[in-house]
Unconditional design. Structure first.
Length: 300
């Protein structure tokens, strides 16, 4: 079962037409009325935004800046030890602030200066074909809310830390940006829902949760690992499988737990060759063949 939609709290409208973010019963902020109100207001601004307009400005609170500061300070030594060199080089070049949450327009300007990628605001879940397809145009859809201040090192859903610290830094690299654009082109090329889900799973196990070997150590290159204080430290407990897009595209995952299986490349160049090559050449027919091969292997 494909579970990408569970990454975000659903966005609805109440009887008065106001935007409402539906937090799960186990969400850290579900009982905090002030937090819920903030989430609704930030989501409403993104919902009302249209391309060509200035990006929404969020007046972040001191608590929210403190969360950003705490996470950045905790991630810095982990990045130095566990992030791949391509990420570290891009991170240094981008120079995101660590003491405050940057506005999305600031992030967009910084990233665009390096690779041409720009940011668009998202209230929550963006339909798969829209999210991935936009990558082909150099557009990354990003949330602007931040996790609840009671648990700064944990979030049950992608927030602005994930979108900016994880993806923003990678998008400042030409090599990463090429892979993102290739993923977007692949998502637009395929037509069936099954093929799109296959492409998104390859993206998940590479640009979200990919690892590689570098300097005789396992290093993270996926944004989901690079933005998570807990996940990046647990990656060495995972079963590491060789890079294999057929396996990646059919591997099930549970977003509520640390990933028990990760696909490890021999180098960043192999990521470009294998994952990038898949994105460049994939079609509905090729995915149908890969699915059939995996069924055959499982039956043997």
């Amino acid at each position: 079962m494909f579970e990408e939609g569970q990454l975000y709290a659903p966005i609805t409208r109440d009887n008065d037409g106001d935007v409402v973010v539906v937090l799960g019963d186990d969400h850290p902020g579900v009982s905090d009325e002030a937090y819920r109100s903030r989430r609704n207001a930030i989501a409403a601004a993104a919902t009302d935004w249209s391309p060509g307009q200035p990006l929404p400005v969020v007046e972040y609170t001191d608590d929210e800046h403190d969360v950003w500061r705490t996470v950045c300070h905790e991630l810095q030594p982990l990045h130095r030890r566990l992030a791949c060199n391509e990420f570290l080089t891009a991170q240094e070049a981008l120079g995101l602030p660590t003491e405050r949450i940057p506005q999305l327009t600031e992030v967009s300007g910084l990233v665009s200066a390096h690779t041409g990628f720009t940011y668009h605001p998202a209230a929550g879940l963006v339909p798969l074909r829209d999210f991935y397809g936009s990558l082909a145009d150099g557009v990354f859809h990003s949330t602007q809310y931040i996790r609840h201040h009671s648990v700064p090192l944990y979030t049950p859903e992608p927030d602005v830390i994930h979108e900016v610290v994880g993806h923003g830094n990678t998008l400042a690299s030409d090599r990463f940006a090429h892979l993102y654009r290739a993923a977007g082109a692949a998502a637009r090329r395929v037509e069936t829902t099954e093929a799109l889900e296959f492409v998104s799973k390859v993206f998940w196990f590479s640009l979200e949760f990919g690892v590689l070997r570098e300097d005789n150590r396992v290093k993270a290159y996926g944004a989901g690992l690079l933005s998570s204080f807990g996940e990046i430290q647990e990656m060495h407990r995972a079963v590491l499988e060789p890079l294999n897009t057929a396996r990646m595209g059919t591997q099930k995952y549970d977003i509520t737990h640390y990933q028990p299986i990760l696909f490890c490349a021999a180098s960043f160049a192999e990521v470009e060759d294998v994952v990038g090559g898949f994105f460049d050449d994939v079609s509905d027919d090729s995915i149908a063949r890969l699915d059939a091969e995996q069924v055959t292997v499982a039956a043997e």
